[in-house]
Design a protein around this ligand. Structure first.
Ligand SMILES: [Zn+2]
Length: 117
């Protein structure tokens, strides 16, 4: 999962996991592990929303209660922080989910491992 979070191949930790922002490479550029069989689906956005929400909402409430800033501060700061955290975390969480599936031979990774035996 940590290798995936670092956006590296879950098998070797050296090759790139993503060809583009959220598009996984068909195979690892280093060890040629097939990466097409992951089924991350809705898990990365779910976990990203969960984590970002638990960071932004308490911060927003804390700042409002402690400093009472003008409304424009809220209108600028929180969408920017939410967008920034989401863009940063979403591919990393998707990588971690792919690494989790690879490690537990879930999704199509189990089929590939069994067929190679
Ligand atoms: Zn690899």
């Amino acid at each position: 999962m940590w290798r995936g979070f670092k956006m590296k191949c879950p098998a070797c930790g050296k090759g790139r996991l993503f060809a583009r922002f959220l598009k996984a490479t068909p195979e690892c550029t280093h060890c040629h592990t097939d990466l097409t069989c992951h089924e991350a689906d809705d898990a990365p956005p779910y976990f990203t929303i969960l984590i970002v929400g638990h960071i932004v909402v308490p911060l927003m409430l804390f700042v409002e209660l402690e400093y009472l800033p003008p409304i424009w501060v809220h209108m600028v700061a929180w969408p920017a922080l939410t967008l920034g955290l989401t863009v940063y975390l979403l591919p990393r969480i998707k990588g971690a989910v792919i690494g989790w599936q690879w490690a537990l031979r879930m999704a199509g990774f189990g089929d590939k491992a069994e067929s190679q035996l």
